[in-house]
Design a protein around this ligand. Structure first.
Ligand SMILES: C[C@H](O)CC(=O)SCCNC(=O)CCNC(=O)[C@H](O)C(C)(C)COP(=O)(O)OP(=O)(O)OC[C@H]1O[C@@H](n2cnc3c(N)ncnc32)[C@H](O)[C@@H]1OP(=O)(O)O
Length: 725
């Protein structure tokens, strides 16, 4: 059995009689079993030693602890790693030894105190933090609940509503807020942290400060009747926000058990439920997403070359439309000076207005001060020519999807920008080789595909051609991280990774309704599956103009994979363009609330007759499961093509692209992970059956056929699978 060997704690006793126990396990001082056992041993030693009067627990290098070592969960789930009996750490170590000690201990928190890290700190008799420290219990983002007593101690320190919010939203608080909540006793500068904690521990010993065993605190817990109302409300909210997830409800149940039956009973239930949740599919999927997200910035042949990102001091953006203004907002929010170029005064004014509005909305929501607003907007300069492009380090073109216009722009950019300048396009579908056809410096051309609204959506698709230099990719990865996006590096083709997966999603929906499935039923089934909205509601949101323009690109480039439906063009003829015209597949009131429109039926009938298909009674009676599979298996099929073509380097990158670019539910692990949970054979056989009944659109690709024949997973690396085959 693997031991989870990693990390340790150290013990150092000062002349003042305070023992400092330091957690050491880079990079985030996570709590491996070795760290936890070493913590126990050092505690026991400190309690035994006569020269130790009190204890301070802290973390090395400015980080208290990022929580239990997540890399060990896989081993526990797979049975390769032995784990202590339930409650051993929460009860025997943290409650009986740390909290129950005859010597007081204080946690000195800088940097991170997350998950198990905060749980260790809460077992101490007091906590001191720095202002920038982050304290939280984010376990629910991994599909589990806190397992080291956090469900019992956090409510007793900050009250039920706040503790439930912090756990259910996986939302940490910073030092000052932690102080006002009562989670920490004082906030001090980092250089005073340990000395203050030492003194605090001695003060507790000498009764100058209270000696608090948090588990038995009751003053912050609401009376039972009120508590029950809080739990009821929290359950209703959790069910509304994530109807497919059970672990938020389990978390509330466990907190309630402690309030109703006492904290020891609460600890017992926490331990049992933690074990169960750790083995759930939701936890496995969310863990996969955690690591996949961190893996996207590791690109073989690019990030392993030892290249350091160059400093980008100034960025120019071409086009101040929805995308350009969103990108400009994202950049100035991260302190990049930006030049926004438009073709005339009117458009320029409108573009700058959009950026201002994006920032103003933050001010309105209390997320930005007026002072910060002024400072941020001052980083934006509007221009009408290329004069000021001579010293920019990166240009992002964000004009309309018109090939010849983009070709002209890139040829111009080469003339006006310095030779080191990165030439990026925000195209969502057009092949970059086409865009750069009239340029010489093709190594500088790269795709920077943002998703709308660009200052909000978390994904950045970085598109490389065969000629894009690794340096340019490293630079863009760095910028992506600085503007808080998750970058995914993909190869060049029409639609790249995200839009190639989106295309069959919409197409399958058209096929279904033309054959008789109710369109609102399709949207309902897909939202129940966990997508933020169904394909028809999405088409309304994106707008029919964009849908037709991108659709044309696909039809031209992948004719054999296309289901040719006329629904959208027919509806557009009727002056429907989606949500902007308040009429699309839905009707929209002035508050943008969507309601079904019975008139849409007639457009579907017309499209049906143009496609030459008849209503099939089977389609009118499809179960929700069938709808989900008929919509998503073509997406899986396309993801397989994208993977097999090398457009995505790793299947996990497609998982992230689907979660962050399409809204695929993270708790299903992303498109490829989800597909593997169903099995390549099953998906292949269903697609094969539908393709014989309903046409080429469903035809499984060679990659899928091959993997299904061998019973291989879809996510296995292409080379590895090849060698297996
Ligand atoms: C029983 C208990 O209740 C159960 C638990 O404690 S479960 C764990 C609860 N803790 C968490 O959920 C925190 C998870 N981590 C994070 O949110 C973020 O990593 C962070 C805020 C700590 C740091 O973020 P950031 O500075 O952006 O760095 P990030 O790239 O995410 O992480 C740095 C490295 O630390 C690793 N890491 C982060 N947290 C870790 C953890 N808890 N265990 C093991 N490794 C961890 C990351 O995988 C990454 O490794 P890599 O360099 O090999 O890719």
């Amino acid at each position: 059995m693997a031991s989870g060997t990693k990390g340790r704690t150290t013990l150092e006793v000062g002349a003042d009689g305070v023992a400092i126990i330091t957690i050491i396990n880079p990079p985030v001082n996570s709590l491996s079993f070795d760290v936890l056992f070493s913590l126990k041993e050092n505690y026991e030693q400190a309690l035994r030693r006569d020269d130790v009067k009190a204890i301070v627990v802290t973390g090395a290098k400015g980080k208290f602890s990022g929580g239990f070592d997540i890399t060990l969960f896989g081993g526990i789930q797979g049975g390769q790693l032995a784990e202590p009996k339930p409650g051993y750490i929460a009860v025997e170590i943290l409650t009986n030894i740390v909290e129950g000690a005859r010597k007081p201990s204080v946690a000195a928190i800088d940097g991170l105190a997350l998950g198990g890290g905060l749980e260790v700190a809460m077992a101490c008799h007091a906590r001191i933090s720095t202002p920038s420290a982050q304290l939280g219990l984010p376990e629910l983002q991994l599909g589990i609940i806190p397992g080291f007593g956090g469900t019992q101690r956090l409510p007793r320190l900050v009250g039920l509503p706040k503790s439930l919010e912090m756990m259910l939203m996986s939302k940490p608080v910073k030092g000052e807020e932690a102080h006002s909540l009562g989670l920490v006793g004082a906030v001090v500068a980092p250089d005073q942290l340990v000395s203050t904690a030492r003194q605090w521990a001695l003060d507790i010993l000498e009764h100058r400060r209270p000696w608090v065993a948090t588990l038995y605190k009751t003053d912050k817990i609401e009376p039972l009747g009120e508590a029950r109302e809080i739990f009821k409300f929290a359950r209703a909210q959790a069910r509304k926000q994530a109807p497919n997830l059970t672990h938020p409800i389990v978390c509330i149940d466990v907190v309630e058990a402690g309030v109703v039956s006492g904290p020891r009973a609460g600890l017992q239930k926490e331990a049992e439920d933690f074990q169960k949740l750790l083995r759930s599919e939701t936890c496995k999927s969310l863990l996969h997403i955690f690591f996949a997200q961190r893996g996207t910035s590791k690109v073989p042949g690019v990030t392993d070359l030892g290249l350091a990102p160059r400093r980008v001091k100034k960025v120019a953006i071409l086009g101040g439309g929805l995308m350009g203004s969103g990108i400009a907002t994202a950049l100035i929010l991260s302190n990049y000076p930006v030049i926004l170029k438009e073709v005339n005064e009117k458009f320029l004014e409108a573009g700058i207005g959009r950026v201002r509005a994006n920032l103003q909305s933050r001010v309105k929501k209390g997320k930005m001060t007026q002072e910060k607003f002024e400072k941020t907007i001052s980083l934006l300069t509007g221009v009408l020519d290329y004069e000021s492009f001579k010293d920019v380090d990166m240009v992002i073109e964000a004009v309309i999807e018109n090939v010849s216009l983009k070709q002209q722009i890139f040829a111009d950019l080469e003339k006006y920008c310095p030779p080191h300048c990165i030439l990026a396009s925000n195209t969502s579908t057009i092949d970059l080789n086409l865009i750069g056809e009239r340029t010489y410096s093709k190594d500088r051309i790269v795709g920077a595909h943002f998703f709308s609204p660009a200052h909000v959506m978390p994904l950045l698709e970085i598109v490389r051609t065969n000629q894009t230099s690794p340096q340019v990719i490293v630079d863009l990865l760095d910028i992506g991280k600085k503007i808080k996006k998750t970058p995914v590096v993909v190869g060049n083709c029409t639609g790249f990774a995200v839009n190639r997966m989106f295309f069959p999603y919409t197409q399958a929906a058209f096929l279904l309704v033309e054959r008789g499935t109710d369109l609102y039923l399709v949207d309902r089934a897909i939202t129940k599956f966990g997508m933020p909205m169904g394909p028809f509601r999405l088409a309304d949101l994106v707008g029919f103009g964009v849908a037709i323009a991108t659709g044309m690109q696909f039809i031209e480039n992948f004719p054999e994979q296309t289901y040719k439906s006329m629904i959208i063009p027919i509806m557009q003829e009727d002056k429907r363009a989606g949500e902007t015209t308040r009429k699309g597949f839905y009707l929209y009131d002035e508050r943008r609330k969507a309601s079904p429109d019975p008139e849409v039926k007639k457009f579907i009938e017309k499209a049906r007759s143009m496609s030459g298909v008849a209503i099939d009674p089977k389609f009118a009676k499809l179960s929700e499961k069938d709808i989900v599979e008929m919509i998503f298996f073509p997406v899986v099929n396309e993801a397989c093509r994208v993977f097999a073509e090398g457009i995505a380097v790793k299947a996990a990158d497609l998982d992230i692209a689907s979660v962050m670019g399409m809204g695929f539910p993270a708790y299903r692990g992303g498109i490829m992970f989800w597909a593997d949970s169903l099995g390549s054979k099953y998906i292949y056989s269903r697609l094969e059956e539908w393709s014989s009944l309903y046409g080429e659109f469903f035809k499984p690709c060679a990659f899928l056929a091959e993997r299904a024949a061998k019973g291989a997973t879809l996510s296995a690396p292409v080379e590895q699978a090849k060698s297996k085959l």
